[in-house]
Design a protein around this ligand. Structure first.
Ligand code: RB5
Length: 153
């Protein structure tokens, strides 16, 4: 079974625990990269940690959660090879895998209710990248990453 990396900030700690239980109940392994309580933290630390775990192949996919899902997804997307998608409903979550081959799912704990978050997660996990015409677009993103040395920006 796949291993899913999980990351969140203080605003999403409770939902992250909820999603961790859900993933475990579905049979997934979970790598919980924090945060581990509701003390105020900075979302980039957790978005980048999840992005690196996925990019390095320690996990097949990642899920990142902050108040809106925005800050932590921006952070995860700074890691080369990461395609993090912020999704507030299941259709976008499914399409982000089918068309964009998203390898990190993001959502906001202050935007979606926990039960709905589980539906979003399930739609994403059950989806498959369709390849075909979508592959060359993903490859264009990867080509840009390869030619760009972000350390100079
Ligand atoms: C934390 O208050 C909040 O700014 C953060 O969780 C997130 O929404 C940022 O994008």
């Amino acid at each position: 079974m796949e291993t899913i990396a999980l990351g969140c900030d203080h605003a999403a700690y409770t939902v992250k625990e909820n999603i961790k239980d859900y993933l475990t109940s579905l049979g997934y392994k979970v790598l919980d990269l924090g945060s581990h309580n509701e003390e105020r933290v900075d979302y980039p630390d957790y978005g980048i940690a999840v992005g690196e775990a996925v990019a390095q192949g320690k996990c097949q996919k990642g899920i990142v959660i902050c108040g809106t899902g925005i800050g932590i997804s921006i952070s995860a997307n700074k890691v080369k090879g990461i395609r993090a998608a912020v999704c507030s409903e299941p259709v976008s979550a499914r399409l982000s895998k089918e068309h964009n081959n998203s390898n990190v799912l993001a959502f906001g704990s202050r935007i979606v209710a926990p039960e709905y978050a589980r539906e979003i997660v399930k739609a994403w996990l059950d989806a498959t990248f369709e390849e075909g015409r979508h592959s060359k677009r993903i490859e264009k993103i990867a080509a840009y990453e390869r030619k760009t040395d972000h350390s100079l920006l």
